[in-house]
Design a protein around this ligand. Sequence first.
Ligand code: ZN
Length: 670
Amino acid sequence: MIQTGCDGKNRRIAEAEDFEYTVEQFADLQLLRYKVKGFENLTLRQKELVYYLSQAALQGRDILFDQNGKYNLIIRKMLETVYTDYQGDRREADFMNMETYLKRVWFSNGIHHHYATDKFVPGFTPEFFKAALSSVDASRLPLAEGETLDGLCEEVFPVIFDPQLMPKRVNQADGEDLVQTSAAHYYEGVSQEEAEDFYQALKDPDDTMPVMFGMNSRLVKEGGKVVEKVWKSGGLYGQAIDRIVYWLDKALEVAENMQQKTVIEKLIQFYKNGDLKDFDAYSIAWVNDLDSHVDFVNGFIESYGDPLGLKASWESIVNFKDREATQRTETISANAQWFEDHSPVDQRFKKKKVKGVSAKVITAAMLGGDLYPATAIGINLPNSNWIRSVHGSKSVTIGNLTDAYNKAAHGNGFTDEFVYGAQEKEWIEKYADLTGDLHTDLHECLGHGSGQLLFGVDQDALKAYGATIEEARADLFGLYYLPDAKMLELGLVSDKDAFKAEYYTYMMNGLMTQLVRIELGRTVEEAHMRNRQLIARWAFQRGEADRVVEMIKKDGKTYVKINDYQKLRMYFGELLAEVQRIKSEGDFEAARRLVEEYAVKIDPVLHTEVLERYEKLHLAPYKGFVNPVYKAVTDKDGKIIDVEVSYKEGYAEQMLRYSNEFANLPYRNK
Ligand code: ZN
């Protein structure tokens, strides 16, 4: 999966629009809204399909809450009841801090941070919470049969208030029992060793088509024996799964074609019996469904939430193809050979015959489970290794979510703070969204696929520097071609100056602003960030004598200023040729020198300045989305005659509605 949401690569928009992309901000989080562009152009049948699949996408929400922690559903209900029913002072600090805590619990689908996985520290007291719980109608609280409020508080309060108890959702600390020290609810009463032994015993080393053992169950100890409780109809989470199946059955009736029908049927079969062979059959059918306009993921997919990487969290996304954006990637792919032939790379390192990778661009229509509210902007599935090698995988980028990130960044102060002058701001305002997308397309569709290794060169020759060099190669390929006349000729840009928006933001990001994501005193570690600094620093120093790019001070603040865009393009071409040579020849020493000299070290004075300027903008580093609302319009016989989409629902409003409408599981799932 591909993640984003950083403000380090900020862009602004050209057109003003009557659509509110930002919803609200609290703690370290910002909620955005995304627009389901093109929904109104779907056929009635496709709209119906999206509607049914969207219902299915929301029915599993409580599964994820329970997967993320045994007490999450109970705690959520206690908080929600106080939030809606409390008659005391809603402006006092305790109540308002509880509200923030609840909003964070909704966002994380549990009481641990969605990204860092640390348990939240509540900003309200147990005394306040107890009194507030006592003041509301007890029948609205998640009491077990015969349980008193005192009993409930005794059971649950330590989970909320004691920082020592369940401190991490996913513990990765080497040397500890990762299963027993992780709060995720994928195991109960078993040790890491018992879990590992259990799954080791199931593996057959001769099986060339192995299922992903353990991905759809909780592992528990019963009567001294380690057993799996499978998530399926009639099994654990069966109540929610039956609701998902109910809507999938409806979707089946309006499937677009036979292949998609097969996909849905196989998924239903898997949900009904929990057999992992059926899951593989579903995955294969899904990866082969390339013609359907509407597509979806619904199931137990990613295993980041399990310290052992076996158990898959529940998630869903419903989407349809963005024809216009996909056409852009198809145009680029169709001209792959031209780009390869005209690159500044030495002939020996070029591919005689290139094949562009066509990645589809999609529009998200609904997000659910582990893709909501925080989400991915790209998906590459299935995860099964043997299916990927035999049947391939589907790679998509989610256009309307990237778009929403970009548009929400408009006017957040970032560009005003860091961009040098009015001319640069104008280019960014007009073109940065488009040229940013184009750079990504060139990077993905052509950059990674270009060039070749000399005969006999080991593909891992660059070792730890390989990833940074590879990313630099793909980025440089895109940077080199953005100003090319070919881009105008293919109709990909309409103005010969458009590339300057990407050149400027790229240099500013690589030289300065991406540092906002790094703590003071540390170095650049992540491969993409290293690549960007490598390119920006190298080009900066290459043209330093001629002042091609400058770092200049204005009112005590540092700014990047580009004086000669054409020369900068030549430098990118020069570096592309060198980076391709390093890759093609497997020149480890040269890779090491390039990365260590340009990509790793940070000037502490500049770093401090950038962090201070960023801090003042009060931007939230993590973002998530509120979903649109679909309404089925029916005739007098109950037949759907249209599906309407609206974007008015607020964050708390949506979360409370979901907790109410999709309350499919008991508070305690055993
Ligand atoms: Zn890449």
